[in-house]
Design a protein around this ligand. Structure first.
Ligand code: FAD
Length: 317
């Protein structure tokens, strides 16, 4: 079932989460151990991130360095199939522009369609870690909107090869990312909002936001979206803080502001256990307020750690 159908059928705010594939070599059991305790909150859909390739350098016996390309967290499609099979939950695979030609993207979409997966979250993807800025793959898509057009094409039966006999149209529900505190590359929030509106006008049916810790920023973003004519559901993304260092790490990675009160409390913690307690408290406060405001879904970035999400959900759902 589509994410938008889950939303329109729901009487109350839904619980959902995003998971990351385990590192190469690890077992899918890690995913099940993470999800099992969260099943009581009945997530109707679960997002599975996609991780692009990275360069690694291996020292050779002659002292030279060999540059290799590797994907440290493969398995997105397999995990999606496993989630559907084991839990009967709708998986939402993330698909990204970076690292894929349009042909490879088409083949991945065909796989997802054959697996009965109804949703995709369409993203540009980040830069390769060592490259500093996003460089489009030759023959691939440049921006999320280009990838969105490709999924739209497939949804109307338009494949890259134009002379296929009776091409079968797919029917993916398409979500996109939004940034309450602006995407870091956008020159200003208004330009970023216009890009987001372009994605919605091109067929995105819902938006999932980057994490934020100040609900007022989310509420303002929703108002600004409405003002530019964005009328699709906007799902807030929430990250339960789990370490003291995240007070400074999260703002630097995700380009967001940590509210002064939260940062102060975290920096005063004597260890990560204390920081986790603050993270749960803050997460409960944020979630309750968002739920009261009638958001369609509370979407947790669980990052392989279920305990804090579970403790928050117990108090909110
Ligand atoms: P876009 O919408 O393409 O926007 C990127 C930038 O380009 C923005 O600054 C935008 O304003 C600008 N822009 C857009 N269109 C144009 C245009 N036509 N001309 C000029 N400028 C333009 N990354 C992963 O690698 N894997 C994941 O699984 C993943 N999951 C995510 C889930 C969520 C909910 C979020 C919020 C982010 C996720 N990311 C993931 C990170 C995401 O890939 C990065 O934030 C990336 O830098 C931008 O992706 P986007 O889809 O928002 O890009």
């Amino acid at each position: 079932m589509k994410v938008t159908e889950h939303i329109s059928n729901a009487k109350n705010t839904l619980f959902s989460l995003e998971i990351i594939p385990p590192k190469k070599g690890e077992s899918i059991r890690n995913i099940y151990d993470h999800l099992d305790p969260l099943m009581e909150f009945k997530p109707p859909f679960i997002d599975v991130t996609y991780h692009r390739e990275e360069y690694v350098y291996k020292e050779l016996s002659n002292g030279l360095l060999e540059k290799k390309i590797t994907r440290k967290r493969p398995g997105t499609v397999g995990i999606c199939a496993a989630l559907k099979h084991k839990y009967g939950i709708d998986p939402v695979p993330h698909i990204i522009c970076g690292g894929f030609t349009r042909e490879e993207t088409e083949n991945a979409l065909i796989d997802l369609n054959f697996l009965g997966i109804d949703n995709v979250l369409v993203l540009r993807g980040d830069a390769i870690k060592s490259e500093g800025r996003f460089i489009p793959t030759e023959g691939g898509n440049n921006y999320a909107i280009d990838l969105l057009h490709q999924v739209n094409d497939l949804n109307t039966g338009k494949y890259l090869e134009e002379d296929l006999e009776n091409p079968n149209p797919t029917d993916f529900c398409i979500g996109v990312a939004g940034y309450p505190e602006k995407h870091f590359e956008a020159p200003n929030l208004q330009t970023d909002l216009q890009r987001l509106k372009d994605k919605v006008d091109a067929g995105a049916e819902y938006i999932v936001t980057q994490m934020f810790f100040d609900n007022d920023k989310f509420f303002k973003f929703v108002e600004e979206c409405k003002a530019v004519g964005i009328n699709v559901p906007i799902i807030p993304g929430l990250k339960p803080i789990s370490t003291k260092s995240q007070a400074t790490v999260l703002p630097s990675i995700f380009h967001l502001d940590m509210p002064e009160e939260l940062a102060k409390e975290l920096l005063a913690c004597k260890d990560n256990k204390a920081a986790r307690e603050i993270g749960v408290e803050w997460g409960v406060k944020q979630s309750k307020e968002l739920k009261e405001a009638g958001v369609p879904v509370l979407h947790y970035y669980s990052m392989g750690k279920s305990t804090s999400v579970q403790r928050i959900a117990e108090q909110v759902f």
